[in-house]
Design a protein around this ligand. Structure first.
Ligand SMILES: Cc1ncc(COP(=O)(O)O)c(C=O)c1O
Length: 437
């Protein structure tokens, strides 16, 4: 990572950290609600990157991608979990600028498909240290990934182990374990993973086939807002590793804690420092010969993109006022139905500064201070541009009155948004502009 990039990221991290640390109470000592904290941070950020100018230049809808924020998140992970090798989950935001930022930082990649390997190769990334984590793949995909340099794969069932026959002996596998976590936004444990008490026969099969088992991996569920599921999975897995090392007279070398680190959307989440404390304590006493890995996706990519969208039309319906936007759940807000996560939506007028003055963005309220008057808010249902009635971003959201042409801004829009958007109804993918240009 260049010094300038590191310095910029540190400054940004300090700014975000300061806003969070001091912003929980206002000047009179009253608590400041989560939405207001995010609004303040977004308003300062919008001015800093000249969001208003970007919208004037590129129009709407628009994703603004800031790779410095990727670096900031990686720095936070390194600070809080210094023992963990980071493999960024490419699927969460497979954009070349993100890939470059992750690589420049010195982190590695988690991939799960041929297309993701293509992307890394196009960016000139050496794939030898990538993890291929898909537990179920075709022999062609497996062989192709091997030929392109990947050496570490994941298995979770006997049929999959058989697919490794004939591959050279420098391949290693991680056995994916399943730890249910109904509290996560996406509990991944029913689709993938072997139960820890069923893992021994799978390890035995790998060893019989001459396949090296490097260790174990799990995913506690995406947007997991407590350290407890990691602590439980780590303790169970370490005990399992000890038992199997003794039973099979082998030595494992890798414990992969997966992804799942949360970000604050419409409600606050525990800080990374708090989660990491619980994780570090569960790792206490872990043998030195184990490499600890993590595969964060959302935590790294979500803060890196901000979305700007525009009101195309408004209508009074039986249940109140509706505003129809040029973005919806089949597009950039695809994480709403897919994951039940809800990024905050701000009227540009709430952000004040230059943003409040963008043509179509003023709507009269809050300019200068950037503080929208609560009394002026009216409930509005925000709908997406497709003809489908499920294409609703939020219902009866209190916002300053919106009119055709007004702009709205959502922060925290980097993860599983552009990556999972469709072109339903012939609506083109939202362009991504990278800042600084
Ligand atoms: C194997 C694997 N690793 C890492 C991730 C990233 O998870 P998150 O974005 O919750 O950090 C995922 C997400 O689905 C995954 O399937």
């Amino acid at each position: 990572m260049s010094t300038t990039m590191a310095d910029r990221s540190r400054r940004l991290a300090t700014r975000i950290g300061r806003a969070t640390a001091t912003g929980t109470r206002d000047a009179t000592g009253r608590p400041v609600a989560h939405r207001e904290l995010v609004r303040r941070e977004l308003a300062a950020y919008a001015d800093g990157i000249d969001l208003a100018g970007l919208v004037r230049e590129h129009g709407s809808p628009l994703f603004v991608l800031d790779p410095d924020r990727v670096t900031t998140q990686l720095l936070a992970l390194r600070r809080e979990l210094p023992m963990a090798g980071v493999h960024f989950a490419t699927k969460s935001l497979p954009h070349p600028a993100v890939i470059r930022a992750v690589d420049a930082f010195g982190a590695g990649f988690e991939v799960a498909s041929r297309g993701e390997i293509d992307l890394l190769e196009r960016a000139g990334i050496a794939t030898a240290h990538c993890l291929h984590t898909h537990p179920v793949k075709t022999v062609a995909d497996l062989t192709g990934a091997y030929l392109r340099g990947i050496r570490t794969f994941v298995v979770d069932n006997p049929a999959e182990v058989a697919k490794f026959r004939g591959l050279p002996p420098d391949v290693a596998v991680l056995v994916r374990l399943s730890y249910p976590n109904p509290g996560a936004k996406s509990d991944l444990s029913s689709k993938f993973g072997v139960r820890p008490d069923h893992a021994a026969p799978l390890v035995a099969q790998c060893l019989r086939e001459g396949l090296r088992v490097a260790g174990f991996t799990f995913h506690v569920g995406s947007q997991t807002a407590s350290a407890a599921p990691w602590a439980h999975a780590i303790r169970q897995t370490l005990a399992l590793m000890q038992r199997l090392e003794a039973a099979f007279d082998v030595r494992f070398d890798t414990l992969d804690l997966g992804g799942g680190f949360p970000v604050g959307y419409d409600e606050p989440v525990p800080s990374l420092a708090e989660l990491a404390r619980g994780i570090r304590s569960a790792l206490d006493g872990v043998p030195d010969r184990y490499r600890i890995l993590i595969e964060p996706g959302r935590f790294v990519s979500a803060p890196a993109m901000t979305l700007v969208t525009r009101v195309v039309g408004v209508a009074e319906r039986a249940d109140g006022r509706w505003a129809y936007l040029d973005e919806g759940v089949y597009g950039a807000y695809s994480n709403i139905p897919a994951e039940d996560v809800h990024a905050l939506v701000f009227a540009a007028s709430e952000l004040g500064g230059a943003m409040g003055g963008v043509p179509g963005g003023a709507a009269g309220a809050g300019c200068g201070t950037g503080r929208a008057d609560d009394r002026a808010r009216v409930p509005v249902t925000l709908a997406g541009p497709t003809c489908d009635s499920v294409d609703v971003i939020a219902r009866r959201l209190p916002l300053p009155p919106l009119a055709e042409g007004d702009l709205l801004v959502s922060p925290m829009m980097g993860a599983y948004t552009a990556a999972t958007a469709t072109t339903f109804n012939g609506i083109a993918p939202t362009p991504v502009v990278v800042v600084p240009a």
